[in-house]
Design a binder for this molecule. Structure first.
Ligand code: SAH
Ligand code: SF4
Length: 461
């Protein structure tokens, strides 16, 4: 979600007359930090980086620094107190104000702090400067109505706001017309989509509607919540030709007692039941997840239940997190916090175990023919062949060799010959290649633009 917001920030600034600066070039005139507050180490990183920039600011007094995102929404005035050389602080609900605030700070020679409490403009109506030419995020909802006791998101992003279905589909069609052939529907709880509009089954309907968009090769979504993962969503996944057989569904814990204390309203059985149904309906589906270790009160037995569930669900990949105490959340007040060394030790075991299971899953793919959507990364020349990469339909990263340079967005059918914990390898050239319009668009963009990366921004002369 943050990456998508950053594309909006970049698009807004470009529209306001700024131009992207290459990461390796000299300091930009404006630096924007889009922050995350989900875990505590993001806090520390921001203040550390701002500290380093204080000296730069002395050398380049006209340089402007802006801080936005969840941490800005959370810390507000604190950022200017700790780093008074910051020029602009803006929140999650007023992303669109950034150009104006930068201008105001420049004219008034005074730091600007603007945090609003609720969403003014749905961020998807703002211009965007995408990182990828062939793949795009499409926001379908923002905010979250759940109350998971570890999570700071609802406090910072507000209650769920759903975007109108027609607007979503218009954006999808416009993206496809622009050369995109893969979209990822985005929301804190995508399958609750429709709750604000009072429409049942709205998420499944949206998936099916995406299936009718001509030229759209692949549809993904993140993240669904097990509570709202109804059978109609599974049916829509199975029956819609371009919805990919990949489910990223956060588990958090395999222990019912911990799930209850986390206020995650499903239990281990229900989670496994969904996994089973998805595998029945989409036999080649990969399932990935998020897991938290060391939540308050987690016993060794609770932790073992998480490991057991990982083995049963056979995750293809898991993002694993050490529990991080977030201010204002219910879990932060719990008196049975787990000592750091215990969390660290369990984390090591959790990580090793998820890697092992992921590797087993990937080994089962050796010999299988998979369709790879070539990514934007340029291929590496290796003797007579090129090494290229992309994602399979089930989101596995595949490295393959090719005698010709394929274009990002093209689709190669390859046979998997090797598996590693994090990727698959195809050592023989593709069995087939399908050239797509995305590739044509990429080619013409290469011919007409020098840089497309956005990291920091500088005003046009
Ligand atoms: N809305 C999504 C998750 C958004 S946050 C969902 O509910 O599925 C992304 C992930 O960060 C979560 O799934 C969780 O695993 C992790 N996370 C959130 N808060 C955390 C905390 N306080 N400590 C550690 N991990 C956390
Ligand atoms: Fe946070 Fe839970 Fe909402 Fe996800 S569903 S954003 S974890 S409160």
């Amino acid at each position: 979600m943050n990456a998508h917001d950053s594309e909006r920030l970049a698009g807004l600034l470009e529209e306001a007359g700024f131009q992207a600066q290459k990461p390796e070039s000299a300091l930009a005139d404006v630096m924007v930090f889009n922050t995350c507050a989900v875990r505590e180490n993001a806090d520390q990183k921001l203040y550390g980086t701002l500290g380093m920039l204080a000296a730069e600011k002395l050398n380049h007094p006209t340089m402007q620094i802006a801080v936005g995102g969840c941490l800005a929404q959370k810390d507000r005035g604190e950022i200017l107190r700790r780093a008074p050389w910051v020029d602009v602080v803006f929140g999650t609900h007023n992303v669109g104000s950034l150009p104006l605030l930068l201008e105001r700070a420049r004219i008034q020679r005074e730091s600007q702090l603007e945090i609003v409490e609720s969403l003014e403009i749905f961020p998807s109506t703002l211009p965007s400067k995408r990182d990828s030419l062939h793949s795009a995020w499409v926001s379908i909802s923002v905010g979250c109505n759940n109350t998971c006791t570890f999570c700071i998101v609802p406090a910072l992003r507000g209650v769920e706001k759903d975007r109108d279905k027609k607007e979503i589909l218009d954006e999808v069609r416009a993206l496809v017309a622009d050369g995109v052939n893969e979209i990822t529907l985005l929301g804190q709880n995508v399958n609750a989509y429709g709750v604000e509009l009072g429409v049942r089954g709205a998420f499944a309907d949206l998936l099916r509607a995406c299936g009718e968009v001509e030229g759209l090769e692949r549809v993904r979504f993140t993240s669904p919540h097990p509570r709202d993962f109804t059978d109609d969503v599974i049916a829509a996944m199975a029956e819609t030709h371009n919805v990919m057989p990949h489910l990223h569904m956060p588990l958090q814990s395999g222990s019912d007692a911990i799930l209850k204390s986390m206020r995650r309203s499903y239990r281990a059985d229900r989670y496994l039941g969904i996994v089973e149904k998805v595998r029945d309906a989409l036999p080649l589906a990969s399932i990935t997840t998020d897991i938290i270790v060391g939540f308050p009160g987690e016993s060794e037995a609770d932790f073992q239940q998480t490991l057991d569930l990982i083995a049963q669900a056979k995750f293809e990949m898991a993002f694993t997190f050490k529990y991080s105490k977030r201010p204002g959340t219910a879990a932060a007040e719990m008196d049975n916090q787990i000592p750091e060394d215990v969390v660290a030790e369990r984390y090591v075991r959790l990580h090793a175990f998820t890697e092992e299971i992921a590797w087993q899953q990937k080994k089962a793919q050796v010999g299988r023919e998979v369709e790879v959507l070539v990514s934007d990364m340029p291929g590496r020349k290796d003797d007579a062949t090129l090494r290229q990469s992309g994602r399979a339909r089930d989101f596995n990263l595949v490295h393959f060799v090719s005698e010709e340079r394929l274009r990002p967005g093209d689709i190669a059918t390859v046979t998997v010959t090797q598996a590693a914990p994090h990727h698959l390898v195809a050592e023989n050239p593709p069995n087939a290649v399908r050239r797509t319009r995305s590739g044509d668009v990429w080619e013409s963009a290469q011919a007409s633009t020098e840089t497309r990366t956005f990291l920091s921004l500088t005003p046009r002369p």
